[in-house]
Design a protein around this ligand. Structure first.
Ligand code: GDP
Ligand code: MN
Length: 390
């Protein structure tokens, strides 16, 4: 689960990580109010969307007076911001963060994430943080430092000081950064984060160190034990079909292609997407219908697939291990009485009672393309939907 910068900064405050003074605003008038209370010389107006790269896209503005804040807020609110991370369709700005502007001496990068290859939490740090971090990572990877944290030892003062020294810093900055790393690690563990990012973490001209930007992602699987975090979810920022899938208890991720996939099992679902790509097509989604591919689940899955106007063909790929294929075939037929399926459907059923299942589908009113084998199923689906050009 992703949250907004202003919400991440509230969590930083809770953990004693310094952030600029300020607060969120949901209207231009409220932005004026927040700015008036700040009483600072300059104020930053920041678009709140679940995507980075706002600075370069015009979503972060520094202005002088509360009146200017109000005007800037008006120009940003309800606009679509297209950033490097937002996708080409962009994101609508519905919230702003109004903050004191600070005078920056150096922009650093600090991140905490899970390094799956190392099976450890890693602290990523760089003395060259800010808006060019992606280019720096690509062109001068030696400027990005990676520290793996031993889960048994944790991220104690010694480790944290090493990280701060690694950034080439001296004086009070070392102490401040070491404290911030320690607190960020504690937040990461206690709230089951999958990512914490401060880009930039800044050293100010008065040598204070402050998280100027804040990004936190949480591990969705841990949310059952963090009820307090559920309030931070912003449905406006999420893909509507994914929210609907979530209600159905189906694992669904929307993608850009035109072959709608309905598969049981996450591994098989990924293999299905791979083979569609292999034959030159593009999946419209990842969809794991979960173990029992019963009538209800198939109805839900068809509902999701048919709600995506890009879907030109459906590929159903079910392996009947525990569930019997003939029951799945009957479930598919029944489901089609409830959902209008107006694109061709290719079905590959394998496993227990597969022969009976194929007979059921071949004798049905709807003309399924019953394939034997995953390769021929994928070829048929891509043949109908067409090769992917983009
Ligand atoms: P992002 O582009 O979405 O990552 O948004 P950021 O919050 O990182 O802001 C982008 C850039 O705006 C930062 O890297 C800073 O250079 C600049 N910026 C943001 N707040 C301030 C501020 O208070 N003072 C100054 N001088 N620059 C700021
Ligand atoms: Mn940033």
């Amino acid at each position: 689960m992703k949250i907004h910068e202003y919400q991440a900064k509230n969590l930083f405050r809770e953990y004693g990580i310094p952030v600029p003074t300020g607060g969120p605003a949901f209207s231009a008038w409220e932005a004026f109010e927040v700015a008036s209370k700040l009483k600072t010389e300059k104020t930053v107006v920041k678009a709140q969307i679940h995507a980075g790269g706002r600075g370069k896209a015009g979503g972060v503005k520094i202005v002088n007076t509360p009146e200017e804040v109000e005007k800037t807020a008006e120009s940003l609110l309800s606009k679509t911001l297209v950033t490097k991370q937002s996708g080409p369709e962009g994101k609508i700005v519905r919230k702003l963060l109004i903050e004191e502007a600070l005078s920056i001496k150096q922009e650093l990068y600090l991140g905490v994430l899970i390094d799956r290859a190392e099976r450890k939490i890693a602290v990523i740090a760089s003395a060259s943080g800010g808006m060019e971090i992606e280019e720096i990572a690509a062109k001068s990877p030696e400027k990005i430092l990676r520290f793996h944290i031993d889960p048994l030892v944790g991220c104690g003062p010694f480790v944290c000081r090493n990280i701060a020294f690694g950034l080439g810093l001296a004086g009070t900055a070392v102490k401040f950064i070491a404290e911030i790393v320690e607190k960020a690690y504690r937040l990461f563990i206690e709230k089951d984060c999958s990512l914490i990012e401060m880009n930039p973490l800044v050293v100010l001209t008065d040598d204070r160190v402050i998280a100027l930007d804040a990004k936190i992602d949480f591990d969705d699987n841990s949310l059952t034990r963090h009820k307090e975090l559920l309030n931070l979810r912003d449905f406006f920022e999420e893909e509507p079909l994914e929210i609907q899938a979530n209600r159905y208890g189906i694992d669904y991720v929307k993608l850009e292609g035109n072959v709608g996939c309905m598969v049981n099992g996450a591994g098989l679902a990924m293999a299905t997407m791979d083979i569609i790509r292999k034959y030159g097509g593009m999946p419209a989604n990842f969809l794991d219908i979960k173990g029992g591919a019963n009538k209800e689940n198939v109805i839900h899955a068809f509902t999701l697939l048919m709600a995506d106007p890009k879907v030109k063909a459906v590929l159903i790929n079910i392996f009947g291990g525990i569930v019997k294929c003939d029951m799945v075939a009957n479930g598919i037929l029944e489901a089609m009485n409830f959902v209008k399926v107006d694109v061709p459907v290719v079905v590959r059923l394998e496993g227990t009672n597969a022969v009976e299942a194929r007979n059921i589908l071949n004798n049905a009113d709807f003309s399924f393309k019953v394939a034997d084998g995953l390769a021929s199923a994928a070829l048929a689906a891509v043949g109908i939907a067409g090769p992917w050009q983009q």
